[in-house]
Design a protein around this ligand. Sequence first.
Ligand SMILES: [Fe+2]
Length: 523
Amino acid sequence: MRSPRTTAAAVAAAAVVALFGLVFAFRAADAPRKLPPAPPAARDDPTPPRPTLPPSSTAAGASTPRYDEKVQYKPTPLPDRVILTWKGDPARSQAVTWRTDTTVKAAIAQVAVAGGGPGFEPGWRGYDAKKVSKIAARTERLKSAINEALYHSVNFEGLTPKTRYVYRVGDGSNWSEWFQFETASDKPDDFGFIYFGDAQNGIRSLWSRVARGAYSDMPKAKFIVHAGDLVDSGGSDTQWGEWHAAAGWINGMVPSVPTPGNHEYGGKVTPHWRAQFTLPENGPPGQEEYCYYFDYQGVRVISLHSNEKLTEQAKWVEAVLADNPCRWTVVTFHHPIYSPVAGRDNKAVREAWRAVFDRAPKTVDLVLQGHDHTYARSSLMREDNTLSGTQLQTERGTVYVVSVSGAKLYSAADRTWMVRKGSGLQLYQLIRVSGDRLSYESKGASGDLYDAFELSKRDDGGNDLIEREMSLPPESEGGPEPPPAAAAVAGGDRGVRDPCAVIAAAAILALVALAVGWAVRGR
Ligand SMILES: [Fe+2]
């Protein structure tokens, strides 16, 4: 039998041990949890999981059901997704495409030279039916996972260069509003255009700001280049609905120049593409409306389809570049010749097309690309090298750009060819051509200038490149990966409880209880 003194000492010792154990356990529990290492950088253009938001709640706690996508993007007899593109010469034609439901019995477009008054619509002052042309549309049916719709297209032809027109589309009873556009001049003339990298993710919620910001910055833009991956799932009518909604009526006023990305492609380009874009069919056989070119006021614009048939397109583009009357040449396609992201490379595209660009009798001035969800811009390049020293005065080089406009953002690696790079920014580009000068600006979604340079055309067709100052910091606001704010916030400011620490505390408490019980029984 133990003496009372021995028992008291045992209880005191057990209590001290328990106290230390508890303090240790709760300190460990309150310490922020060490997060697991970040997963390796994705290599094949994956889409990160979207953050899931809790359903909105009323004060009483009842949640609102999510608005059904089938209802949200349901076509109606009223035209929607109205979008201008070109099928032919921008100086003398203009194509428009729109969507309706399948109840529509007729599809027509009306077009008239724009006046200051409303005299192109019956019933309004100054109306003159003779001044309004009516053109029947070509219609195709498209069934998606959530609906069936009719896509109608009209190509206005025989237009006068450098002239403003109004148009509307409908079925004779249900009409769109009147939109306005301007035909190109048939001669070289000053103008500007917008270029977007991948929209693809967060289209309605986050890309809309970029699309509208670009338009606000350049409301007289003559067209908008989309360098592929306009949506994440090319077959998703919901995502196309988001894309059309994000730019809204801008698409009915400023022609789009889209090129297909890998997210519009799954062995073949999504049927949504040709249904909703009316584009030139002057590419190689099988590449109609994917690979094409047009000339706009002294600039030859070429879209290549980088998902397939690279060799066929190399031969085609070689001929298009050889017979080029324009002073400036801009090429766009999706997969970059030089990738700015670690572990990503498009060797096949580079091997098929880069030398064709270098050999062209007239300089390929700009190559506008997407796919890598970062920003990167080269200086003048030729044969995989950046021109330097006397080469800058004597050789003709090309500026390669990768940009991104949507919300999925990767990190740019360090590459010697990059003059400017950036991660974590949604960007839009404004490009202006004026005689022998081409000025280029890239801006963040906030409107702050991120990159800028000018090309000055030399007599030999090559360019001098002049770098300009910019207002955003040299790297980007992206910097390191975002802090693990979600995990820290999840447990409040005391951090997340570590289950191991809690178990340890419980075990120590149990030991103390056993020791006390044993001591009391021993009295
Ligand atoms: Fe892509």
